[in-house]
Design a protein around this ligand. Sequence first.
Ligand code: G6P
Length: 586
Amino acid sequence: MCGIVGYIGKKKALPILINSLKTLEYRGYDSSGIAYMINNEIKIVKDVGKINVLENKINLEVNTYMGIGHTRWATHGGVTINNSHPHRVGNITLVHNGIIENYLELKNKLIDLDYKFIGETDSEVLCALIDYYYNKTENIIHTIEKVIKEIKGSYATAIIVDDDYDNIYVIRKDSPLIIGIGNDENFIASDVPAILGYTNKYILLNDYDIAKISNKEITVYNNGSIVKKDINEFEYENDVVSKQGYNHYMLKEIHEVSSLVRNNLVDNLRNIPDIKKYKNIYIVACGSAYHAGLIGKNMLEELINKPVYVEIASEFRYKKLFLDKEDLVIIISQSGETADTLASLRVAKEYGTTTLGIVNVFGSSIAREASIVVYTNALIEIAVATTKAFVMQLYTLGLIAIKNSNIRYSDVISNYRLLANQVDSILENNIYKEVAKLIYKEKDIFFLGRGIDYYIAMEGNLKLKEIAYIHSESYPAGELKHGTIALIEKDTPVISVITNNIIKDKILSNIKEVISRGAKSIIVATDDIKIDKSYYDILIQVPTNIDVLKPILAIIPLQLLAYEVALLNNCDIDKPRNLAKSVTVE
Ligand code: G6P
């Protein structure tokens, strides 16, 4: 988490740094700061709160042409000015994204060497350590090489060295970092949106790369030698990072789904690998991507007739594993940078296991390190709560299931062609506002489903929690009566998902059980399921389609419902409290 930016060139740096930081706010928004050079001195401005607080504190017109910036998601140390970045110790000023795991040990060593610390962060310790070696070697590249050997953990760091104002230095390990290339100007950023408005050319750094960046030149060192880097070009239009008239990115991104599924029809299919040949198939992911994995498990098991094991990445990476060379580990990640997911991929590779990355962000660490990568092509997603990227994960998993089954794509192409219009019809429905009014003041809400519908319910539940701050739980409908049904009172909202005709009577009986205890029943169901009025207060019907496409049709109403509830509760929809989109720490 945290976002870092940098600029060196001929333009005024502060408007660029502030704009770039705003596009990275999804990575953290507890505090922010910038450091820039003016009159041969480094000036630092920082404050707690979002970027607009920082923006109000600075004069954007200052004649400075180089600087670095940071937006923070606090890990070590509270949300205070002293803990916010940039940090400055001695001759060194830096911004850091990641965690220096051995910072306490290093801090004690530096305190013995007379260094004083004003905050509690690991990043300030990193700054002091660089200063310490720089004072000894007077060569920043040698200094960084020494520091890299001494620190443990993850870092994407931009460094300014006093009196060396023609350069910014960057290092990275396990935290994302790109360098944007312009004409007589260069940019540093944690992610592509930060530089999209300025250039479409960029290079990706590998772990342990050290880059020296001036306005004209970028030199990358690794292990003592200069390394050559490929220049990539973005394929995106700049307006993917604007709200295009919507009040929130989240709403805009949900509305993008129809064009995404329309345009991805043939493209995605070309790159789908054969996965039947593997002995065991595992899916590993975090958050919504984990829910996509569960839905994918169901699709794969149904269509390729093999068991699929789904694991949460933060558990998988530390548990006893039974992997071997004949297995496949599918890694799902929007950002391609989630620390636990990336670590799981690396663990799987240690067993010689093939890894398949289902990733959204081009060139991200997971995309680069997986044995095979399939891109979800959801384009840039800005809202912290994932919606369109989640849908495209389901879409991709569905294609993988179809391609590896006995179904020929030509037999279902008409169903795929139907999907975009079906999504449009869901988006046009006004019912979500009505349901939101019914539930937005509630303290507890339950989501029910069976089989694949339970997994869809889990994701609907997560959306409501993360953006509307309402406590909710998802349950396999048949399990509720083993304890949790004690929590159902008069008017407790219970939202059920039903897309599976075979098991519909079973979940309907479970719905009756909660209605009998006073629950308000809201059902999201595909329109092939016939449901008597006695089972619901509100029925949200969505068009039906083949099984692998139904989860897409059922989740969009739940995403929109969470949005409308959050709106009524005046929540910060695109940047929910305490969260960050890209979780690059354990
Ligand atoms: C964070 C985000 C979630 C996301 C999860 C996994 O928690 O807030 O929306 O599902 O990370 O992220 P990934 O980029 O690996 O899909």
